[in-house]
Design a protein around this ligand. Structure first.
Ligand SMILES: NC(=O)c1ccc[n+]([C@@H]2O[C@H](COP(=O)([O-])OP(=O)(O)OC[C@H]3O[C@@H](n4cnc5c(N)ncnc54)[C@H](OP(=O)(O)O)[C@@H]3O)[C@@H](O)[C@H]2O)c1
Length: 229
């Protein structure tokens, strides 16, 4: 299965940018990070096959001057006709696909790891249950207002905390993993057809926390289930 990850920094009160999109607070915090420390970003990027970002994030990255993603293919989500600078035209494409369509089409191309970036974009992928891993680096600052990392969801989303790392310069990185949640009444579209993968999958009941095979879960339980991603 294709893994879909987020790698993002937020203020302690959950904002990824100010209301106007600026990230001066993040740049200020990064300025005190010791030389050579990147909180795992380089290693993470080395594992990424495709980066998917929202148009707002793309426009912000363009203001950085140098394009930071080198040869990594980047898909920018936008409903607009964006012009892509010539220097990055070979690796950047525009798409209007939904998160589900995008993951399906990239999986079919053999893509193993997708990095999703941008607040609204991450929210859309989370709402579609398509994020697997969320390393979130919390910066010790309160902004009071801004663009949120998280937004409305169709249901609660249980997360598994994999690791917490605190840095002496004040950052704390939480590594979360999602379960892909659905309830037995509204089956996840990928599982509407009973297939070998589904039969081989073990599901976890969010109520009693026991693990079940597909047939058991509908016979024994009628509540919410999650399956390991
Ligand atoms: N703190 C951090 O680590 C961090 C990381 C990344 C970004 N940021 C900051 O966060 C801000 C950007 O986040 P954001 O929440 O404002 O927006 P965003 O997710 O970057 O972009 C949202 C836009 O993406 C487009 N979009 C998303 N899904 C789409 C789809 N399926 N089809 C077509 N278009 C789609 C839409 O653009 P159109 O209006 O063009 O249709 C939408 O308005 C920037 O200020 C950036 O600097 C911070």
């Amino acid at each position: 299965m294709t893994k879909v990850s987020v790698f993002i920094a937020t203020s302690l009160d959950g904002f990824i940018a100010r209301v106007d999109g600026s990230i001066d607070w993040l740049e200020r915090a990064n300025a005190v990070v010791p030389e050579g420390e990147d909180c795992g970003y380089k290693a993470f990027m080395a594992s990424v096959d495709v980066l998917v970002m929202g148009r707002n994030t793309f426009e912000q990255v363009l203001t950085f001057g140098a394009w930071p993603y080198r040869d990594t293919p980047v898909i920018v989500l936008s409903h607009r006709l964006l012009s892509i600078p010539e220097a990055i035209a070979a690796t950047v494409t525009i798409s209007q696909e939904s998160p589900g369509e995008l993951v399906t089409h990239l999986s079919a191309q053999g893509i193993r790891h997708i990095y999703v970036d941008g607040g609204k974009t991450i929210q859309n992928f989370l709402a579609a249950n398509l994020i697997n891993e969320l390393p979130i680096t919390v910066i010790p600052v309160l902004l009071g207002t801004g663009r949120s990392l998280f937004g409305p969801l169709p249901h609660d989303m249980p997360l598994k905390l994999i690791q917490v790392k605190s840095y002496q310069f004040g950052f704390v990185q939480y590594q979360y993993r999602t379960f892909r949640t659905y309830d037995s009444g509204t089956c996840d579209p990928r599982f509407q057809t009973l297939n070998d993968a589904m039969l081989a999958t073990t599901f976890r009941c969010t109520s009693c926390l026991n693990w079940y095979r597909y047939h058991q879960m509908f016979i024994i339980h009628q509540f919410h289930f999650v399956f390991a991603s």
